[in-house]
Design a protein around this ligand. Structure first.
Ligand code: WT7
Length: 677
């Protein structure tokens, strides 16, 4: 296969031991089928390369042209980019509106009566199937206009911050789009977060309003969202000052019918407010760089960061990547299983698909409620053609067993996607075979809350894929792998993943903290955006993410990425999931400690521990042989499904758990892990 030329090997200067050594080699290559390529937006690898080369050689020309083609403008922009590192302004002087680009533009076209959102509710505890709702573009437009008028009626103006704390119901998308319609800045908080997290985010954003629901369903129980908001609004800091004094109004959606407290003058019901408004709400003409939303990262370390995205650049990134990466066609039923509380839900349930006039499915509940075949049932029922989910979910499906997907007809699927973590080749192959029936391309998409849209990814009709790599950059994106001095490392060596040029959907800062923005992203490697990820490129230039730089293991002078050892463990037939961390070791610097969960029906025996050590030794080499293998029932994860290695490090070293655990999904996991010495 030909390489993508990117002068990577011309400036190699790095000293080998400083770099991350890569041991795992994957040789399977999957070319897109002729049939898939024939109908795809980008039909050949040669065409992708040509377009990519042009796009990074003349990024302003490329982005200027696509911004004109893809977006609807009230007023055209002048300069494409004004770059004063690290602050970017894209499409300077232009005026547009995000909700108009997602909705109004389809009115008066055949798309107006097409399903914009297909929503499936969680099944009831008595076995009744979940509710269904379908909103056409015309209906969604009307609901957004009406709710935008509710926002105005309750004092929300351009630039005001609005917290959205809702379950996965269509009103979450309606509330987001209504904010964009009037130029309010939304900050969606995942419904699984606590009162304290809500209070912290209100305080940091200075929000004027919270939009919530009485409750949300989760595995048959009611999550008391409004009660959490009430509690949040009472929280005070150490000096007795309220954290949430900026809040003037709380809008409450009736979802579960559970009893809630309504504070007169502050709290209003969504459905009652609708009685006072009409459906006429012209879209505000927003500046290209107007603040669009703040999203607090569910990072596995430290204080949450308020990632700030702005209007035109973000929308262009979300739209263009949705179109090319998911290869959207008019007849697709596209399903992204993320929650709208994460950036994936923002870009790939709401803004990207709607800006393309696509049909997006939204599901309220969990993948294993009431049974582990929930996803496959939904795919069969609606004829889903594109499925976008996370490696953590795929590994859970593998663990639950093939019988669940096998019960359903998944023939409608034509394309699969993953995001969130490196996908281990084993899980990739299972996804390909069992879910994709061997016929669907897989797009492994690398990106971040900060990047706003997909950055490294195959194009499904063009890029040959290999299990475990996100492959090559999207148009206009110029990533490189560099050493500690910022010089590109040779192919095959590991290093830090950076992005060399600004791109339209990049974050514009951290809310209220420009200094931290500079330090975190623009100080590590001069002149480049630092992703925080470790990476290597293979002979074909494909990018292999090896884990977060902070998690890189250092064993006897060898630096090894966590994901390689984890992939090796998961390739053993007994293992469902694995997390690897370092423990200080006098001799080796770090000893390798592996936490392993087993597939259903497998037994944790001392013999298996020995077998797993040898298996890793065989797959990667003796240097990566774990010093300690520990079996666990579950691994500690963030609510978005990322393993919290920081906590596992502390457990492995036998120290007390310190630091922020508010993003931890299940606290009982920690106690179990610590007691399982
Ligand atoms: C981090 C960003 C972006 C949406 C969801 C997560 C890891 C993400 C991949 C992938 C390997 C990946 C990286 C990245 N990551 N996608 N396809 N392959 N690693 O957003 O919470 O901002 O996390 O997730 O480490 O930096 P996020």
């Amino acid at each position: 296969m030909a390489r993508v030329s990117n002068n990577m090997s011309t400036e190699t200067k790095s000293a080998a031991p400083k770099n991350i050594t890569s041991y795992l080699q994957e040789h399977r290559v999957f070319k897109p089928s002729k049939e898939f390529s024939a109908q795809a937006h980008v039909k050949s690898f040669a065409h992708y390369k040509k377009l990519w080369n042009e796009s990074v050689k003349h990024p302003e020309r490329f982005w200027g042209r696509t911004a004109k083609q893809e977006l609807v403008w009230f007023k055209p922009f002048g300069k494409v980019l004004q770059w004063r590192e690290p602050f970017a302004k894209w499409f300077v002087g232009g005026k547009l509106n995000v909700s108009a680009n997602c909705l109004d533009r389809w009115l008066g076209t055949p798309t107006a009566n097409k399903a914009a959102l297909i929503w499936e509710g969680e099944p009831a505890t008595d076995g009744k199937p979940g509710e269904e709702r379908v909103l056409t573009y015309r209906q969604l437009h009307r609901e957004v206009c009406r709710f935008a008028n509710v926002l105005k009626r309750n004092g929300i103006r351009k630039g005001d911050r609005v917290i959205i704390y809702l379950p996965m119901v269509p009103e979450a998308a309606i509330a987001m789009l209504a904010c964009t319609r009037i130029g309010a800045v939304h900050s969606v908080i995942f419904g699984g977060f606590s009162a304290q997290s809500v209070a912290d985010r209100i305080q940091d954003s200075g929000a004027k309003m919270v939009i919530t629901a009485d409750g949300g369903y989760r595995r048959g129980a009611v999550v008391p969202l409004k009660k959490n908001v009430d509690d949040a609004l009472l929280i005070k800091d150490a000096n007795g000052h309220s954290l949430t004094k900026t809040i003037e109004k709380v809008v409450v959606l009736r979802r579960c019918g559970n009893e809630v407290h309504i504070a007169e003058g502050r709290d209003v019901w969504w459905h009652r407010e609708l009685e006072y408004v009409d459906a006429n709400c012209p879209a505000e003409k927003m500046d290209s760089e107007a603040n669009l939303f703040i999203l607090y990262t569910s990072g596995s370390t430290g204080k949450p960061k308020g990632i700030l995205h702005t209007t035109a650049g973000y929308l262009l990134g979300a739209k263009l990547t949705s179109k090319y990466v998911f290869d959207l066609r008019d007849d697709d039923v596209y399903w992204c299983t993320a929650d709208v509380g994460w950036v994936t839900g923002h870009s790939y349930i709401v803004y990207g698909p709607l800006a393309n006039g696509a049909t997006a499915l939204m599901y309220e509940g969990a993948p294993n409620w009431p049974e582990p075949d929930r996803f496959w049932r939904i795919i069969e029922k609606y004829g889903v053609t594109i499925l976008y989910t996370a490696p953590t979910a795929i590994r859970a499906f593998m663990k639950w067993g093939d019988q669940w997907p096998k019960k359903h007809n998944l023939a409608s699927l034509r394309l699969l996607g993953t995001v969130g973590e490196p996908i281990n080749p084993e899980a990739w192959m299972w996804y390909h075979r069992v879910i994709g029936g061997g016929r669907c391309p897989i797009v492994d998409t690398w990106w971040q809350t900060e990047t706003g849209s997909i950055m490294i990814t195959p194009l499904p009709g063009a890029t040959p894929t290999k299990p475990g790599t996100a492959t090559l950059p999207f148009f206009g994106i110029h990533p490189e792998v560099v050493d500690d001095q910022g010089n590109a490392v040779p192919k095959g060596s590991g290093g830090k993943l950076v992005v060399r040029q600004p791109w339209p959907s990049m974050l514009r800062g951290l809310w209220g903290d420009p200094q931290r923005y500079k330090e975190v992203y623009w100080s590590e490697v001069k002149g480049s955006y630092f992703t925080g990820d470790g990476c290597r490129q293979d002979e074909d230039g494909y990018f292999w993410i090896v884990g977060r730089i902070d998690d890189v293991l250092n064993v006897a002078g060898h630096r090894i990425g966590t994901s390689e050892v984890e992939s090796a463990l998961v390739s053993h037939p007994s293992v469902a999931e694995a997390a690897v961390v370092g423990r200080p070791d006098e001799l080796k610097g770090q000893a390798l400690v592996c936490f392993v969960t087993l597939k259903t029906g497998q037994h944790a025996t001392p013999e298996l521990k020995v077998e797993l050590r040898n298996h890793v030794g065989k797959e990667i080499g003796p240097v990566a042989k774990p010093d300690d293998v520990r079996f666990a029932e579950m691994l500690p994860k963030t609510r978005s499904g990322k393993i919290m290695r920081r906590l596992l490090k502390q457990i492995a070293s036998g120290v007390e758990i310190k630091g922020d655990t508010t993003t931890l999904e299940d606290f009982s996991v920690l106690a179990k892990l610590a007691s399982d010495e």
